[in-house]
Design a binder for this molecule. Structure first.
Ligand SMILES: Cc1cc2nc3c(=O)[nH]c(=O)nc-3n(C[C@H](O)[C@H](O)[C@H](O)COP(=O)(O)OP(=O)(O)OC[C@H]3O[C@@H](n4cnc5c(N)ncnc54)[C@H](O)[C@@H]3O)c2cc1C
Length: 458
C-alpha cells in the first residue's frame, strides 16, 4: 500500500529528509517550500560576476554527515578548503592576530596568548590558573560563558570565546548551552579537572589527521542544494507553496497550503522552530515550547573593493569584533582571502555582519544606512580609502536559534508532546539538535528514519 508523506520546508534538512523517504518505493512524498527557491539559509548568488555565498559558505568535517552526503551525491571532488585559517580580533580598536593553540577561542598555549596582546598580562596569567584550580564543574546546564569565566577569567570569555563562538550562532555565549554550543569544550571541562589539559588530551586522541576542518564548494554552497534537488528525481517538490496549517484527524494529517489541502499519513516539519510553532498552534504544549526558542537576526553586507584601495593586507580569513568594542559590525569575513576564486586579481570581497543576540540595532536601519555604517567601521579598521565597487545586503531575520541552557530537555519535551498529540509528525532542522549544515543533514536523515518506522506501524 502506498503511503503519503509531506515534507514542509525546502532547506537542507527538509531536502535531505525528502531524499531519504522517497527512496522507498511504497512512499509517495511531496515537499512544500514557502519561498521561490530551495536551500533556505543556503543561498549562492552572483557578486562581482562570480558565485558568492550569502549565508553558509562552508561546513565542518569533525562530524561525518556533511561529507557523507557529498559522497553519496558524487560531490566529493568539488569540495575545497579555505586558503587560510588565521584570523584577527579587534581589541581597543587595534587588530590583533589570534594566537596559535586556540581551540574554539580557548587558549591552550599561554606564551602565544601573552604575545598576542589580546588580553592583558594579568588576564593571561589568570587563564593559566585553569591548570591548577580545583575541579569546580557545577553540573549540567552551564553556559559556555559560565564555563570559560570560571576556568579562565572574563577577558578570555569576552575577547576570544564570545566573539568566536558567538559569531557561529549569532549568540551570546553567556546564554548558550555549553554541551550543545561547544560540546568539545564542555566534554574537556567535564572529564578533566582543567579545561586546558582536557583540550590537549582531546587533541592527542583526535584522529582527524590532515582532513581540513572546513569544506566548501568552488561554486558556493548552492551547489550542494542544486545537486540534492536534482537527486530527488521526479519527486513532487513545490516552491511558492507556504503551508498555513497542519491538523491531525483520526488516522491522517491534513496539510493546508495557500493553494490546496493535502491528506497524508506522516509529516516531516523542517521549518525554523518559530514557524513550526505557528503551524502547530493547536497542538499544546508543543507550540508554546517551540515558540519559547529564541532566535537572533543577522544582516550581512557583501562589499567589493579595488584591492589597491585597501591598506590592510587581509592576510587571514577575517576579523571578529567583541561586544565591548561597541561597533555595529560583529565580524567580517575576508571572503576573497578565504576563497581566492571569489574575486579577480584586482578586487577583494568582504562579508561584513551585524546583529546578534541582544543586539538588534541593524534591524532598525534601512539598507543604505546599514551599508554606510558598516562601511565607515570597516574602512577605519582596514584602512580602506576608495568607494565600494559593488555591495549587496542579505538580511537573515530570526535565522539563528539560540540554544539556552537546558535546550536538549526542551526539545525532548517537544518530541514527547508530538508523540502524544501529533503521532506521525517529526521535526528536523536547525532549531533542535545543531545549527550547522552537517547537523541539519543528520536531523533530516533521522526524521526520515523515524517517519519510515512510524509508517510500518500503520
Ligand atoms: C548568514 C548565515 C551564515 C551561516 N553560515 C554557516 C556556515 O558557514 N556553516 C554551517 O554549517 N552553517 C552555517 N549557517 C547555519 C546553516 O546554514 C543553517 O542552520 C541551516 O542551513 C538551516 O537549515 P534548515 O533546513 O534547518 O532550515 P532553513 O534553511 O531555514 O530552511 C527552512 C525552510 O523552510 C521554509 N519554510 C518556512 N516556513 C514555511 C512554511 N510555512 N511552509 C513551507 N515552507 C516553509 C523556509 O522558506 C526555508 O526554506 C549559517 C546561517 C546563516 C543565516
Amino acid at each position: 500500500m502506498t503511503r503519503e508523506v509531506v515534507v514542509v520546508g525546502g532547506g537542507i534538512a527538509g531536502l535531505t529528509a525528502l531524499r531519504q523517504v522517497q527512496k522507498q518505493p511504497e512512499v509517495n512524498a511531496v515537499l512544500l517550500e514557502a519561498s521561490s527557491h530551495f536551500g533556505g539559509k543556503i543561498r549562492t548568488t552572483n557578486f562581482l560576476g562570480r558565485p558568492v555565498d550569502e549565508g553558509a559558505d562552508a561546513f565542518i568535517t569533525r562530524v561525518p554527515w556533511g561529507i557523507e552526503l557529498c559522497e553519496e551525491l558524487g560531490l566529493d571532488s568539488f569540495l575545497i578548503s579555505p586558503s587560510t585559517s588565521s584570523a584577527y580580533v579587534l581589541v581597543d580598536g587595534v587588530l590583533r592576530k589570534l594566537p596559535a593553540g586556540l581551540v574554539l577561542g580557548v587558549p591552550t598555549k599561554l606564551l602565544p596568548l601573552m604575545r598576542s596582546r589580546i588580553v592583558g598580562p594579568l588576564a593571561a596569567i589568570r587563564a593559566g590558573f585553569d591548570r591548577f584550580l580545583p575541579d569546580d564543574w557545577p553540573g549540567d546546564d552551564e553556559s559556555v560563558g559560565g564555563l570559560i569565566r570560571r576556568r579562565m577569567g572574563d577577558q578570555i570569555a569576552e575577547r576570544l570565546v564570545d566573539p568566536l563562538l558567538g559569531s557561529i550562532s549569532a549568540g551570546d555565549t553567556d546564554h548558550l548551552d555549553a554541551a550543545l554550543g561547544a560540546p568539545q569544550l564542555e566534554t574537556a571541562a567535564r572529564r578533566n579537572r582543567s579545561l586546558i589539559i582536557g583540550l590537549k588530551e582531546q587533541a592527542k586522541a583526535s584522529a582527524h589527521g590532515q582532513t581540513p576542518i572546513f569544506l566548501g564548494f568552488e561554486n558556493g554552497m548552492g551547489h550542494l542544494v542544486e545537486t540534492l534537488v536534482n537527486s530527488v528525481g521526479d519527486a513532487d517538490i513545490r516552491t511558492n507553496t507556504p503551508v498555513t496549517a497542519i491538523t491531525r484527524n483520526t488516522g491522517n494529517f491534513v496539510v493546508t497550503t495557500n493553494q490546496s489541502s493535502i491528506e497524508c499519513d506522516a509529516v516531516i516539519l523542517a521549518t525554523p522552530a518559530h514557524q513550526a510553532a505557528q503551524l502547530l498552534a493547536t497542538c499544546q504544549p508543543a507550540a508554546d515550547r517551540l515558540s519559547s526558542i529564541e532566535h537572533a537576526s543577522v544582516a550581512m553586507v557583501t562589499m567589493g573593493f579595488k584591492r589597491s584601495d585597501v591598506g590592510h593586507s587581509l592576510d587571514g580569513s577575517g576579523m571578529l569584533i567583541p561586544r565591548g568594542e561597541g561597533l555595529l559590525t560583529t565580524a567580517a569575513s575576508w571572503g576573497s582571502s578565504k576563497w581566492p576564486h571569489w574575486a579577480d586579481e584586482e578586487h577583494v570581497i568582504l562579508r561584513v555582519s551585524a546583529g546578534r543576540a541582544g543586539d538588534t540595532r541593524a534591524l532598525a536601519l534601512d539598507d543604505n544606512e546599514l551599508v554606510e555604517t558598516l562601511l565607515t567601521e570597516v574602512a577605519n579598521i582596514l584602512e580602506i580609502e576608495g568607494d565600494l565597487v559593488e555591495w549587496r545586503v542579505s538580511r537573515w531575520i530570526d535565522a539563528f536559534p539560540q540554544y539556552a541552557p537546558g535546550h536538549d530537555r526542551l526539545v525532548a519535551a517537544i518530541e514527547r508532546d508530538l508523540r502524544s498529540g501529533m503521532p506521525g509528525l517529526f521535526l528536523a532542522g536547525a532549531g533542535y539538535k545543531g545549527i550547522g549544515i552537517p547537523a541539519c543533514i543528520n536531523q533530516g536523515n533521522q526524521s526520515a528514519e523515524a517517519t519510515l518506522d512510524y509508517l510500518k506501524t500503520l
